[in-house]
Design a protein around this ligand. Structure first.
Ligand SMILES: O=C(O)c1ccc(O)c(O)c1
Ligand SMILES: [Mg+2]
Length: 630
């Protein structure tokens, strides 16, 4: 289907927005009036420019507060509208969006609104133009799509139809199934937007928090299924008012937007007909292979951090089992948990740094079909990464996630798959401990501007499902957290972001902190053994255990053991969670060890503020210069 994007979704001037929309591959745009008014180009010049960029002008919008109980006001509104119709002829836009009135003088009688829109439709028809009438969720008299359709039905004019906007419909909880009863040729335009579920004023929700499809909580595949079943054949056009996107790089936001439409077309559901489940899927989009586990996590280290991190891994029971054939990369392993320490990155060359630096730079994920994973990523506009490698080394497909982390698609298989053949044996695998069985999750703090983009990236490119978003008050501000996982929960990635500021960047371009969580079958035993080996485990204050006792009343013996070992605890309706942390290593990285009992599906988020305060306390005692933020 044709794709479109409203200029209001993107940051910058009209010129920036059009260039970004075209380069992301959109077929058309909705031109927002304010963008045109502020542009130095005449409408005819804008039309010409769009033509050169290969963009059609699918909609001119919005025209506000058209109908009126006051005859004189109505006459003035009609005159104002005619000016815009004239402008549209120059702009090459054939449809104008008229939204339901929010003014105190709005008509409050279906027949009067219908009559006034009929008059406008006559004027539009004289010019060969169309009017798409949209119910704003906060309209004074008309705020549901059912009501806008009733008025359009009464007006009964061939140049008048409805504009459906998924936000207005789904935010109010209207039943989208009834869209099927609107004749397809009366659906003049479709605006798509997702949003998080927020309990707030609907106008504020709409103007600040809309998201691209797949980033929020609305059922857009179901919604679009109804619209297509009704016979809508116009463009799928995005209209997303979002404070973050409005200030982000427009080229990048446009790619994110296009990815959301490719993903939506793949997911669209046409209920009642299994065969027609994906009528609009772009044929070139290979479906997402299953991901079956974390093959490895790669950390970039420098000369100052590699020692302490290797030492910590050893005390956690990892053995140094491999040395890369051609690069200064070490493989450390325990059970199915694998960590690569890569000392080739150039950030150590940057200006003299006292702090030892380390960062998660790559996730190795096991894919059923790494080639297809890479082709899908490419089709979804993910940046495919070149990989410099020696002659006999495994070909690994990799793409860049929005925070710059490389995601490698590794063949599933014994001993971590073919990539491990790039490593010559080193040390002695038999020296590894037996406490850790694998990697449970990797937690990455995201750049502020790219949190929602990241959720959609992992969802669409990797086929992971985002879980519900949680927010918690951390010692140094509000943190938002959302995990993505596969249906079997073999791969888990936790995305965090500091909501009200941009966070600290200790390695340029990478916000802190990040951590890798390893799985164990017995957290208490693991903590005891690791502590005995001298692992730098994080101390948790007594107050935490007193509160835990009051809240959840764990078995007293278990509580005493957790208190002794600084193991934290959580419980959900499926099971229990025991976990503990290391101190921060190399200024921004730490490790976690987790034990899931039963079907506990969370991440112990309730304990995160306690962990953060403990890390911060160590920073203060360790070095007074270090920045706030963890
Ligand atoms: O917030 C608004 O004013 C506004 C304008 C035009 C739209 O299509 C819309 O959905 C909202
Ligand atoms: Mg709209």
């Amino acid at each position: 289907m044709r794709t479109g994007i409203a200029t209001v979704c993107l940051s910058g001037t009209l010129e920036d927005k059009l260039a970004a929309a075209a380069s992301a591959g959109f077929d058309g745009v909705e031109i927002f009036e304010n963008d045109l008014v502020a542009a130095p180009w005449s409408p005819a010049r804008v039309r010409q420019h769009c033509l050169e960029l290969g963009l059609s002008v699918d909609l001119y919008q919005p025209f506000r507060n058209f109908d009126s109980t006051d005859r004189e006001t109505f006459a003035a509104n009609l005159r104002r509208a005619e000016h815009k119709l004239d402008l549209m002829e120059q702009l090459g836009a054939d449809t104008i969006l008229v939204c339901s009135s929010v003014a105190p003088d709005a008509a409050h009688d279906d027949d009067l609104v219908a009559e006034q829109l009929h008059t406008l439709a006559d004027r539009a028809a004289e010019r060969g133009l169309l009017i798409a009438y949209e119910a704003l969720a906060w309209g004074r008299y008309v705020h549901t799509y059912e009501h806008s359709w009733e008025i359009v039905r009464r007006a009964d004019h061939p140049a008048l139809g409805v504009c459906l906007d998924s936000f207005h419909i789904l935010s109010l909880g209207s039943d989208p199934a009834a869209i099927r009863s609107v004749p397809g040729d009366k659906l003049f335009f479709l605006q798509l937007a997702d949003a998080p579920r927020l309990d707030m004023d609907v106008l504020q929700w709409s103007r600040h928090h809309r998201l691209f499809p797949g980033q929020g909580s609305f059922d857009l595949p179901g919604f679009l299924g109804h619209v297509l079943a009704a016979g809508y054949s116009g463009p799928l056009s995005l209209e997303v008012f979002n404070d973050v996107f409005r200030q982000s790089d427009p080229e990048r936001a446009a790619v994110d937007a296009m990815r959301s439409l490719l993903d939506l077309q793949e997911r669209v559901e046409t209920p009642g007909s299994a065969a027609a489940r994906r009528p609009t899927a772009p044929p070139e989009l290979p479906h997402a292979p299953e991901l079956t586990g974390h093959a490895f996590t790669e950390l970039a280290v420098d000369d100052a951090s590699s020692g302490p991190i290797a030492d910590a891994l050893e005390k956690l029971g990892f053995a140094h089992t491999g040395r890369h054939h051609s690069k200064p990369v070490q493989l450390w392993q325990q059970g199915e948990a694998r960590v690569l320490l890569n000392n080739t990155t150039d950030h150590r060359e940057r200006d003299a740094v006292d702090d030892p630096r380390a960062a998660v730079t790559a996730l190795g994920l096991e894919s059923d079909d790494p080639h297809r994973s890479a082709r899908r990523a490419e089709a979804l506009l993910a940046p495919v990464l070149p990989r410099s490698r020696g002659a006999d080394e495994a070909v690994l497909h990799a793409v860049a996630a929005p925070d710059g982390t490389s995601v490698f698609f590794c063949p599933a298989g014994e001993h971590g798959g073919s990539w491990s053949a790039d490593f010559a044996p080193a040390g002695n695998a038999a020296e590894a401990g037996t406490e850790l069985t694998g990697t449970d999750h990797v937690a990455l703090t995201q750049p502020f501007d790219h949190f929602d983009e990241a959720a959609l990236f992992y969802r669409s490119v990797l086929g992971l499902e985002p879980e519900t978003t949680a927010e918690f008050a951390a010692p140094f501000g509000l943190v938002r957290s959302r995990a993505v996982t596969d249906p079997r929960r073999d791969v888990r990635i936790a995305l965090n972001v500091a909501v009200l500021r941009r966070g600290e960047e200790w390695v340029p371009g990478v916000p802190a902190p990040q951590h890798v969580a390893f799985a164990t079958g017995d957290a208490i035993a693991a903590a005891r053994r690791m502590r005995a080996r001298g692992a730098p485990l994080l101390e948790i204050p007594d107050n935490y255990y007193d509160d835990l006792d009051a809240r959840l009343a764990p078995d007293p013996e278990l509580l005493a053991a957790m208190r002794e070992c600084s193991v934290l605890y959580d419980r959900d309706e499926h099971g229990e969670f025991l976990h503990f942390y290391t101190e921060i290593l190399g200024s921004r990285i730490f490790f976690e060890v987790v034990q899931r009992i039963g079907g506990y599906s969370g991440y112990g988020t309730v304990n995160a503020p306690v962990r953060m305060a403990a890390h911060r306390r160590l920073r203060v005692t360790g070095s007074a210069r270090r920045p706030l933020g963890t």
